[in-house]
Design a protein around this ligand. Structure first.
Ligand SMILES: *[C@@H]1O[C@H](CO)[C@@H](O)[C@H](O)[C@H]1NC(C)=O
Length: 300
């Protein structure tokens, strides 16, 4: 009986853990020491081992009081963890690529967010009413993972590094999973040459980004390689887009990627490893061993 329950729970888990994604280009913020300082060790540990997870999962790892943790902005990753600070100009077209490791039906958009107020500046730059549907392979929708945005003139709002981000936002409401990933940029107004970028150290990111990690901000990237910074960050083709089988895989009549109707734990873990990655597979293995949900893998 116990094993039946475990399998039923796991089958449910497979369909609900599915979604996973992050910006791959231009270089986004990555979970780092700034996240650790703002949101604590557990959040940092989880995101640094799997940056593709969702906001709700990250919130479950929030322990203790972290007043500077803004989990609904860039999934908590602050300016201190900027990957690069790009200099953009009004009208500039920016190719973006997103890695969707596992899809789930949702809506999505890319917007400029003013960091201090956490508000969207103007309209979304692009949006999708239907995004990352599980009913259709990701490969059939290249526009979900590779697309252009055109920068509006936000030089008034976004002159200083840390003022604004370009945020990719994907919400799979049916499973209550939201994904966010952010690109740092400045817009100086006018030609894009001339005004040298403000040194990162003079930026005033939210207090959360503060002291201990300032040196980890990529100062180098804010220094001139200006002429056409990142104008064409040559979106190396998304290497790792992988579609997972439809959530009904548990029913198991389908193609080669599906699980059979009955299966051993080892088969299941091997299947998971194939379809959801070894982290998830290992978490499940551990969970079964411990006979309880793994804190990082499951939302109850
Ligand atoms: C667009 O993304 C922002 C976050 O960047 C979010 O607050 C907003 O609800 C999204 N809009 C839609 C229509 O999904």
């Amino acid at each position: 009986m116990k094993s039946f329950t475990a399998v039923a729970a796991l089958a449910g888990f497979v369909s609900s853990v599915a979604a996973h994604g992050f910006i791959s280009s231009p270089t986004p913020r990555q979970p780092g020491q700034g996240l650790k300082a703002a949101c604590g060790d557990q959040v940092y540990n989880q995101q640094s081992s799997d940056k593709y997870g969702n906001v709700q999962g990250a919130l479950q790892n929030l322990q203790g009081s972290h007043p500077d943790c803004r989990m609904w902005q860039c999934k908590g990753v602050p300016f201190a963890d900027a990957g690069e600070v790009f200099q953009y100009t009004a009208g500039q077209v920016i190719p973006m690529t997103v890695e969707i490791r596992a899809p789930h039906d949702g809506v999505a958009n890319v917007s400029i967010v003013k960091v201090s107020s956490d508000t969207v500046v103007g309209q979304p730059l692009i949006s999708w009413d239907q995004y990352a549907l599980t009913s259709s392979p990701i490969s059939a929708h290249p526009d979900w993972t590779s697309f252009d945005i055109t920068m509006p003139d936000v030089s008034a709002e976004c002159a200083t590094a840390g003022d604004c981000v370009i945020q990719w936002y994907w919400n799979a409401a049916s499973i209550d999973q939201t994904y966010e990933s952010c690109i740092d940029f400045t817009m100086g107004g006018g030609s894009g040459s001339g005004t040298s970028p403000a040194p990162v150290s003079s930026a005033k990111p939210s207090a959360s980004a503060a002291a201990p990690v300032a040196s980890s901000a990529p100062v180098a990237s804010a220094t001139p390689t200006p002429a056409s910074p990142a104008a064409s960050p040559s979106p190396s083709k998304v290497a790792e887009v992988e579609a997972t089988p439809t959530p009904s895989a548990g029913a198991g009549t389908g193609g080669s990627g599906s699980l059979p109707k009955t299966f051993t734990l080892d088969t299941f873990v091997a299947w998971l490893k194939e379809n959801a990655g070894s982290d998830v597979a290992n978490n499940v293995r551990r969970m079964v061993a411990a006979q309880r949900a793994h804190a990082r893998a499951f939302r109850v």
